[in-house]
Write a protein that binds this ligand. Structure first.
Ligand code: FRU
Length: 663
């Protein structure tokens, strides 16, 4: 039947057939919510991109008007945004809906515009396209435009490899570069599991002071190790090496002799991924001294290699280097600081092995896409607003593969300044399947909140998910605002109300039920589309973990299930989809997705939406969200509340089967 295939989500948007990725051109106008989307109408995998079109009047049900934009001689139609040109700044006509998008000819990408005078139903591309014809760099795309009232101009955020470039305009046609946000002057090595990545500088020396701030970043399931190589030959076959290693919790000094590594000394230290350490080496012809955070931790004497090059090394995971300095003291007179990677580029290095790129704010990996700069109220106060820059990155996201990070800061009409430290990494969603999220333009809640949704997939496996004849769905629309937490300002997301599709006849309600260890609750309920609102009282909990198991069943010898739980010791909400079905999500993406969630006021809230092939979990008041696709057998339709290791009290529970929005 219509929208009734295996895995066909019943209350999430998906195209009738074929491939979909990013939401595009999101705009509200005259009672209609427009959702355009990256679309390939002739196949189930990514191909020549069009803008598909969906329209809703309630953010719950969707209609399918014809395709809005198709490829032309300027290229495929990549992601972009839409605005209502209230003041007719572009001269296209009264209240024109204007789309600003990327024309892609492979990696060569330019920006173009199109307009509609009939509520987005038919579109005319501007004859002066492209309006931004000169890419400063490959992969320059995804224009997101908004009207900045204070400076009375249009502002565009554009993704440019690993930074966001801002432009301004008075007419949507002529754009002026205003500023960039991104690289922070560091350099980043992406270590290959089981091996080292090196970047050797041109400088050589025997007696010197050599130092760097090293941030260890978890990647490939490794906690991170990075360090300095010195007195090295061109091939790093003969060299000294000192590393900080969060996996071994050591600072070590080693010698590479004819390509073989020998550890000379190691000092234990508590090291953590995400932290920055100051590593310093002081040598003369004989003495090799290593300092961690200015404390001498190793002192050896050795003179196997006298003169050689300096370099940086990353192992297994990512290491970021900032403030790399070398002070040569060979003639007994210290020279001035000589930064060897002043601008975070690798052009100053003579030999580079493995992947080295400029480091950026936030997570240090992947390519930046689909940026969006918005202003959001803090805790419902329309007079207290902060700017938030949302950026999609592929790959290196929190669950692996692609995902979305954000920065909270300030914007003056030209420049965005993050209030966060470069080490702070904030995730909009901790699941594996929320990407390219952007908000509706021309739409605000009563306190200035915004509304958005994201593409519910991950570039690591998006082209392979087992659905037919369509591929991919969008997340539920969510209200977006900021909230002040003990850890700082965080995004808060509230799903759109699905009250109108709740099946009230089947509603289940419970209060104050003690879930005891290894017992289960509600094991007789079955279904594949539910809204579940559960609040747990953890003030007397003895359980280590509790939550809801959905889509339970048997698949051969394995128990199929998706576990949505809370880990009390770790204060983490999680979705474990390791045994959620037969689909192989690949090794690049984790199986269990965790989000920090404090059990504030001694309760833990979970607001869960279960659809045929997706779960969306809003933790607490929406400060932690996990969105994941799952592909269980149709026969795996069991539901169960559980606690593990002890008791937990279910303070209140409401379960509503949800009806389909299609048909
Ligand atoms: C993000 C993205 C965009 C691009 C589009 C192409 O998922 O890669 O950067 O415009 O998809 O379909």
């Amino acid at each position: 039947g219509y929208y009734n295939e295996v895995y066909r989500n019943q209350f999430h948007f998906s195209p009738e057939a074929n491939w979909m990725n990013d939401p595009n051109g999101m705009v509200y106008y005259d009672g209609e919510y427009h959702l355009f989307y990256q679309y390939y109408p002739y196949g189930k995998t990514w191909g020549p991109m069009h803008w598909g079109h969906a329209v809703s009047t309630d953010l719950v049900h969707w209609k399918h008007p014809p395709i809005a934009l198709s490829p032309d001689e300027n290229g495929w139609i990549f992601s972009g945004s839409a605005v209502i040109d209230w003041n007719n700044t572009a001269g296209f006509g009264k209240e024109a809906m204007v789309a600003i998008f990327t024309h892609a000819d492979g990696p060569k990408q330019v920006q173009s515009i199109a307009y509609s005078l009939d509520k987005g139903r038919t579109w005319k591309k501007y004859e002066g396209n492209p309006v931004m014809p000169n890419p400063p760099i490959n992969d320059w795309r995804d224009p997101k435009v908004f009207w900045h009232e204070e400076t009375k101009q249009w502002v565009m955020a554009l993704a440019a490899r690993n930074k966001v470039m801002f432009y301004t305009s008075h007419d949507l046609k002529n754009w002026k570069h205003a500023s960039d946000f991104g690289p922070d002057g560091g350099i980043q090595g992406n270590g290959i599991p089981g091996s080292y990545s090196y970047a050797l500088s041109k400088q050589k020396g025997s007696s010197f002071i050599y130092e760097a701030d090293i941030t260890l970043v978890e990647k490939n399931g490794h906690k991170g190790a990075g360090g300095l190589v010195f007195r090295s030959d061109q091939e790093v076959r003969n060299a000294y090496l000192t590393t900080v290693d969060a996996e071994k919790n050591t600072v070590s000094l080693s010698k590479m002799a004819d390509g073989k590594l020998h550890e000379m000394a190691a000092s234990s230290a508590k090291l953590e991924a995400g932290q920055t350490y100051h590593l310093k080496v002081v040598t003369d012809y004989e003495n090799l001294k290593v300092f961690l955070d200015d404390k001498l931790v190793i002192h050896e004497t050795d003179s196997s290699f006298i003169n050689g090059q300096f370099g940086l090394v990353a192992r297994n995971s990512t290491a970021v280097f900032r403030n790399v300095k070398v002070e040569n003291s060979s003639n007994g007179e210290p020279k001035e600081d000589d930064p060897i990677s002043p601008s975070g580029t690798i052009k100053d290095f003579s030999a580079v092995v493995g992947e080295w790129v400029p480091s950026t704010y936030g997570i240090y990996g992947g390519i930046w896409e689909c940026p969006s700069l918005i202003q959001l109220p803090v805790d419902g106060d329309p007079n207290k607003k902060k700017w938030v820059l949302l950026v999609s990155i592929n790959d290196g996201a929190v669950a692996g593969g692609s995902g979305m990070q954000y920065f909270v800061g300030q914007f003056d009409g030209k420049t965005f300044k993050s209030d966060n430290t470069p080490q702070t990494v904030l995730w909009a969603d901790y699941g594996a399947d929320f990407y390219a999220g952007v908000e509706w333009s021309n739409l605000e809640g009563e306190n200035g909140e915004k509304f958005w949704l994201g593409w519910m997939s991950n570039w690591s496996y998006a082209n392979n998910t087992p659905t037919s004849p369509w591929r991919s769905s969008m997340s539920l629309p969510r209200k977006l605002e900021l909230t002040e937490t003990a850890d700082g300002l965080r995004l808060k997301q509230t799903p759109v109300s699905l009250k109108k599709i709740r099946d009230h006849k089947e509603k289940i309600k419970h209060e104050d039920v003690v879930l005891s260890k290894d017992s289960s609750f509600l094991p007789n309920l079955t279904g594949d589309t539910f809204e579940i609102i559960a609040e747990f009282d953890v003030s007397k909990a003895t359980a280590t973990e509790f939550g809801v198991k959905v889509r339970k069943g048997k698949h051969g010898d394995t128990d199929e299930q998706t576990v949505i739980g809370y880990d009390l010791a770790e204060q983490k909400l999680f979705v474990d989809r390791i045994n959620s079905g037969n689909f192989n999500f690949g090794s690049n993406v984790k199986g269990k997705h965790e989000a920090p969630l404090r059990s504030s006021h001694k309760t833990v809230k979970m607001h869960i939406f279960l659809d045929r092939s997706a779960v969306e979990v809003f933790g607490g008041d929406g400060e932690s969200v996990i969105t994941d696709q799952i592909f269980p057998l149709s026969s795996s339709d069991g539901l169960e509340l559980y606690s593990k290791g002890g008791e937990a009290t279910l303070k209140s529970l409401e379960i509503y089967p949800l009806k389909s929005i299609w048909g």
